[in-house]
Design a protein around this ligand. Sequence first.
Ligand SMILES: [Zn+2]
Length: 86
Amino acid sequence: MKYKHSNICTRCGSERIIKKTWKEKVDNSVVENVLMICPDNACQKIVEMRIQKQRDKNDEIRERYEERAAQRKVEREKNRKTLKKN
Ligand SMILES: [Zn+2]
């Protein structure tokens, strides 16, 4: 996996700094991970909050989608039963 050494903060445009790097074993290869943060602590916190919000939103969307899919399945089942009766 490649990562960019230079990474710009999406909020303030500052060049991000490396907070930490760590190696992770994935299958048979070792992947190097890099966590980059904004040099401005306050800005970084806001960015993290935004990421968290986005994550929550994504979870919500996925849940709703799964609910709808389940609902559709039930309705399909119902329709099939109705068709058989006729
Ligand atoms: Zn920033």
